[in-house]
Design a protein around this ligand. Structure first.
Ligand code: HEC
Length: 302
């Protein structure tokens, strides 16, 4: 499954909640069904997904149903580099107990599965700084927004509809719960401090207008966005630079005219620099031999 498909199915699978908790029958809750409905979007049986596996839950809570229920009603930020689990306080004690019983019974004799390398960024609970990519409805972005956690602290929202970076924030990642609850037009909440809001950017001069998103592929757990502006084909990869508080925007271009310049958005908290060309204000002109591949660094004032 492609990542977009995975993330979408995750979001879609997690929209069970049009039913009213008060109208659900209190008797004989079905743990398996409840788990599928309220937990499985983020928890798989034997491997880390958005959250830890049921196998890991069993290790933590096999003989502690009360603590398991307490966690579900009021989950805390515990692991690094993951989203916060949304509280499940709308489930009754009987329902949570049934889910606990299902988790324990269904993982009997199971162990954590070995995962393929290319799944590791979201699959290994021990990889603390695992990047995370989520296709989710975000504030101040189009419906095709993609939220990316580069690491524990650096995050950005890329808009696949408009083919551009929307904003960068520092701090925690997102709270997807408003979206997962599925009540209409809800947007995920940004849990941090936005340091850069991009205008249409990078804006090429001359601007040969129409943008088309071509998809993305993964490298080192992070997406490389592929899009077209006019005839120019662009690949953009946003990652951490070795320098502290610095993000690197790596561009690869095809069919770019010789005089192509890119205008970035000025921000008081972001300083641009590049050894692959020159900046005049926020307008970047790649050096002649770097026209097809250059990196722009964004140093963020924390
Ligand atoms: C939207 C995603 C999401 C949903 C839905 C979700 N969880 Fe979680 N869950 C997480 C994440 C992420 C973590 C890890 C949080 C952390 O460590 O900070 C987690 C952690 C846990 C843990 C481990 C607690 C610990 O002490 O380490 C348990 C148990 C758990 N979830 C149970 C459930 C159950 C039961 C449900 C359904 C009723 C559920 N979760 C629904 C995302 C989710």
């Amino acid at each position: 499954m492609t990542l977009i498909a995975f993330a979408l199915s995750c979001v879609l699978a997690a929209q069970p909640s049009t039913d009213d908790p008060d109208k659900r029958p209190a008797a004989a809750p079905d743990g398996k069904q409840l788990f599928a409905m309220y937990c499985a979007a983020c928890h798989k049986s034997d491997r880390f997904h958005v959250g830890p596996s049921a196998v890991e839950m069993r290790k933590l809570y096999e003989f502690k149903p009360a603590e398991f229920m307490a966690w579900c009603k009021n989950p805390q930020p515990k692991r690094k580099g993951v989203i916060r689990m949304p509280p499940m306080a709308f489930l009754t004690d009987a329902q949570l107990r049934a889910i606990h019983a299902f988790v324990i019974a269904s993982t009997k004799g199971k162990t954590e599965a070995k995962v393929k390398d290319n799944d590791k960024f979201r699959a290994s609970p021990s990889m603390r700084r695992r990047p995370l990519v989520q296709r989710i409805f975000m504030p101040n972005a189009g419906p095709a927004a993609i939220a990316v956690a580069i690491d524990d602290r650096h995050h950005f929202c890329w808009d696949a509809g408009e083919c551009r970076l929307r904003y960068v924030w520092l701090g925690d990642f997102i709270d997807g719960w408003p979206v997962w609850r599925g009540n209409g037009n809800a947007l995920a909440k940004i849990l941090g401090d936005v340091v850069l809001r991009e205008a249409e950017s990078p804006l090429p001069t001359p601007n040969n207008a129409t943008r088309k998103f071509l998809g993305y592929r993964m490298r080192d757990g992070l997406p490389t966005f592929q899009y077209r502006i006019g005839k120019v084909e662009i690949e953009e990869h946003i990652t951490r630079d070795r320098a502290p508080n610095t993000l690197a925007r790596q561009f690869t271009l095809r069919n770019a005219p010789a005089d192509w310049k890119l205008e970035f958005t000025s921000s008081e908290r972001v300083a641009y620099r590049s050894s692959d060309g020159t900046f005049t204000g926020a307008v970047f002109a790649p050096a002649e031999d770097k026209r097809e591949s250059f990196t722009v660094l964004m140093e963020i004032t924390p």
